[in-house]
Design a protein around this ligand. Structure first.
Ligand SMILES: NC(=O)c1ccc[n+]([C@@H]2O[C@H](COP(=O)([O-])OP(=O)(O)OC[C@H]3O[C@@H](n4cnc5c(N)ncnc54)[C@H](OP(=O)(O)O)[C@@H]3O)[C@@H](O)[C@H]2O)c1
Length: 275
């Protein structure tokens, strides 16, 4: 049956591709972006199956309005997909207070507010799927991504809890953790710190240069990431996490191995703290 989607961050990149894949397969889509004019080319040709709505995810009222618009237009809501997000590459001390707050609001608080707005509809239906475009940095982070990767990791932790509390209500939760994917992310969606501290040149500074050199050459194809994301909604038991691209899969496996090794190395002393 054709699904009803609400997608954030459809002005470009992965979010736009997800909206396109969903529309092309016959689903109904509320595509959102901070600037709804950027959605004209996306929704064109899909008639009443596509609705363009303005949504800045840092504004909770706009999230509630987008959910209301979806229900008013299509009578239900099957998939809410949080794609909107941006990075900030800097050592923690190089961030301003405002940069930290805005990044965490966009990448962590915003998606939770959106889900909170959508959940009454999904609970009443006893069905739905919350989808998050997370990042490999949420699982295996880099120097310079304390705030961006930290916010994504926070969202990942929240989604683990959501999956448990929503499963009995028929609502599914899945996260996609992309590795470097060829979008605007390293360009216009990657902020620099507010200051530069020479002591961090060899760590976060080095990673920032590596990212800059990678722009336009990222190995991940956003159309394929989108196709896989959309396919998750057809699974009876979708995974909580999917990691995309060889680079990210390799990092995820190394990380899990090292966590396991560390838990085991400290197991005896950790267990010994019990009464
Ligand atoms: N590409 C990668 O390598 C990569 C890797 C891991 C994770 N990701 C994640 O993938 C997601 C999509 O990014 P992308 O790669 O497709 O890059 P992108 O093309 O730059 O897309 C980012 C999108 O987020 C939107 N956005 C940012 N702040 C917003 C806000 N406050 N409210 C609403 N929309 C907002 C942007 O809208 P505007 O046009 O208004 O700026 C844009 O549509 C992000 O969450 C990113 O963290 C990307």
């Amino acid at each position: 049956m054709s699904k009803v989607w609400l997608i954030t961050g459809c002005s470009s990149g992965i979010g736009r591709e997800i909206a396109r894949v969903a529309l092309e397969r016959g689903d109904r889509v509320v595509a959102t972006a901070r600037n709804p004019e950027s959605l004209a080319g996306l929704v064109e040709g899909f008639g009443e199956r596509a609705l363009a709505v303005g949504l800045d995810v840092t504004d909770g009222a706009q999230s509630r309005h987008a959910v209301d618009a979806a229900v008013a237009a299509f009578g239900r809501l099957d998939v809410v997909c949080s794609c909107a997000g941006y990075g900030i590459i800097a050592a923690l001390e190089e961030h301003s207070e405002e940069q930290i707050e805005k990044n965490v609001t966009t990448n962590f608080v915003g998606p939770l507010r959106l889900f909170r707005a959508a959940l009454p509809v999904m609970r009443a239906q006893r069905s739905g799927h919350l989808l998050v475009i997370s990042a490999i940095a949420a699982l295996a982070n880099h120097e310079g991504f304390a705030v961006y990767g930290g916010a994504k990791a926070g969202l990942e932790g929240a989604c683990e809890a959501l999956a448990l509390e929503l499963r009995p209500l028929g609502i599914k939760v899945s996260m996609v953790l992309p590795g470097p994917t060829r979008t605007d992310f390293i360009g216009r969606s990657l902020e620099q710190g507010a200051s530069k501290i020479a002591d961090y040149d060899g760590t976060s500074g080095k990673f920032a240069r590596l990212l800059a050199g990678m722009n336009g050459k990222q190995t991940g194809d956003p159309a394929k990431v989108a196709a896989l994301t959309v396919a998750l909604t057809d699974e009876a038991s979708p995974p909580l996490r999917v990691v995309t691209g060889k680079y990210a899969v390799t990092r995820a496996k190394l990380k899990l191995k090292s966590v396991n090794a560390e838990v085991e190395a400290w197991e005896a002393r950790g267990v010994a703290t019990d009464f």
